[in-house]
Design a protein around this ligand. Structure first.
Ligand code: GLU
Ligand code: ASP
Length: 483
């Protein structure tokens, strides 16, 4: 593989650190629902709510972690704090009582907020503004994410389900400790003094204290609610949006009210607007993509013939195995994409980032067309071959590679230095929104005709791809020379 030639050394440290962090995140996530249903004896409905709350909130806190890094801590310290909080969270999870369970989830939500946006920003800081290696670098970093995401469900589920829950959660914790130790060992050597100081320092500590208090209060109240102290039957969806909007506006206010260099030029403002527009389109992508864990897994479970016959042996593949397909395909296909962008770049034909996003959405749509046909085949003749889902995941993954690593890279290019991590937090906001929208949509799976169900993400994907390509010339203007 020649794609890693000439990449900065720091990238490889961050690759392995993020690989272990994602190992811990996805390993724990693979166990979470089963643990709630089988061990804590929660109902399926309640487990679904807690799962949605957790996977949504882990993508809201990066906004706060990014802000605190930009203004108070610097990214490097924030990464260490995030890593410690997450390791503590995983180990707390290994204790069986309910208060430990909720404290663990809260620690993980906060830890992820400090860790995830900031490590991505540090990757961006390894490159000069117009360095052509940046997109390829982010694609390599994305391979690290997915290497972790591929192995961990296999390791943690096997330990958790076959040996004991605390072994599975403990394994996730050990993964995080390995990642953190590697970071502490190598960061000075490989990253020098990059991102040590806050890019836009402030001495006014009230805004972060108030914002952190709002979010922690919300998390603790939710935990009480879930543990049976009835405040209301279930947390209505709009509460999450209200919290998100308060946090977002609180942060914008905090920036504008006490920042010396908050006066942005017109160019910077337009570039920030492009980030928000891209985040908006990404919501449609991730909300459909996240069906992997819900409706697509139900399709695998109920409507797919998972019995595989090899040399007279027949074996039923567990439905959950499909979860590892996407990270595996990312790992296989990412080098190809990385080379493709560099080659096209050399020929002067590399598509702009909005055009790549549009391709990503269209490819996702193609994946769902396959699902529409698969659902029709099932209606006509019963359980379908596993190849249908494999085909759908193949196209979803091609789409993801045009959008996700490109998005990370784009944010680091477009964001003014003083907002670097906050804007990375804004990028993850698309996943926050998508987890709620996607989860809500998946709740209709049983009630709808399945080919009609899959028609909805297909239509939104194609329509948003078309809309995005129409506005691409305008976006390119606002990007002012950034590709
Ligand atoms: N699956 C990728 C990760 O874990 C991207 C997640 C997202 O942006 O929603 O980093
Ligand atoms: N592909 C996802 C992300 O890129 C990982 C997953 O869903 O397993 O990392």
């Amino acid at each position: 593989m020649s794609i890693h030639k000439n990449q900065p050394k720091g990238l490889f440290l961050l690759f392995f650190v993020e690989m272990w962090e994602r190992f811990s995140y996805y390993g724990m996530r693979a166990l979470l629902v089963l643990y709630m249903i089988k061990f804590l004896q929660f109902s399926t409905e309640k487990s679904g709510q807690i799962y949605g709350w957790y996977t949504g909130m882990v993508y809201l806190t990066p906004l706060i972690g990014g802000y605190i890094a930009d203004r108070y801590l610097g990214q490097r310290k924030a990464i260490v704090i995030g890593g410690i909080l997450m390791a503590l969270g995983h180990f707390t999870m290994a204790f069986p009582a309910l208060p430990f369970f909720f404290s663990a989830l809260i620690l993980l939500i906060l830890g992820n907020g400090f860790f995830k946006p900031n490590i991505s920003t540090v990757v961006g800081s390894l490159y000069e503004q117009n360095d052509p290696r940046r997109d390829a670098g982010f694609t390599i970093f994305y391979m690290g994410i997915n290497l972790g995401a591929f192995f961990s469900p296999l390791v943690c589920s096997t330990l958790g389900e076959k040996v004991g829950w605390h072994w599975g959660f403990g394994a996730a914790g050990i993964g995080m400790v390995i990642g953190l130790s590697m970071y502490l060992w190598g960061n000075k050597t490989f990253l020098g003094d990059k991102c040590i100081k806050p890019s836009n320092p402030s001495k006014n500590y009230y805004p972060p204290i108030i914002i952190l208090s709002v979010i922690i209060t919300f998390l603790v109240l939710s935990a009480f609610q879930f543990s049976g102290y009835k405040i209301k039957e279930s947390i209505p969806n709009y509460v999450y949006w209200i919290i998100a909007i308060i946090v977002l506006f609180g942060l914008i206010y905090a920036y504008l009210s006490n920042s010396k260099n908050s006066t942005l030029t017109k160019i910077e403002k337009q570039r920030i607007a492009v980030i928000f527009i891209m985040v908006f389109f990404s919501i449609f992508f991730w909300a459909a993509f996240e069906q992997a864990g819900s409706s697509l897994t139900l399709f695998a479970d109920r409507e797919t013939n998972r019995i595989i016959n090899i040399f007279g042996f027949s074996w039923e593949m567990p439905a959950g195995y499909f979860q590892s397909l996407n990270p595996l395909l990312i790992f296989i296909l990412a080098p190809f994409f990385s080379k493709l962008w560099v080659k096209l770049g050399e020929m002067g034909k590399e598509p702009s980032s909005p055009a790549k996003f549009s391709m990503g959405l269209a490819l996702l749509g193609v994946g769902f067309v396959i699902m529409i046909i698969a659902a029709k085949v099932y209606q006509a003749s019963g359980p379908v071959s596993i190849l249908w889902l494999c085909g759908a995941y193949f196209f979803h993954t091609l789409g993801e590679l045009c959008l996700s690593p490109v998005g990370l890279s784009l944010v680091t290019k477009l964001a003014p230095a003083q907002f670097a991590s906050l804007m990375m937090g804004v990028w993850f906001l698309s996943s926050f929104a998508a987890n709620f929208v996607g989860g809500y949509f998946a709740g209709n799976y049983d009630a709808m005709d399945h080919s009609k169900f899959f028609l909805i993400p297909t239509t939104t994907a194609f329509l948003s791809a078309i809309l995005l390509i129409i506005i691409t010339p305008k976006l390119r203007k606002w990007m002012h020379g950034i590709h």
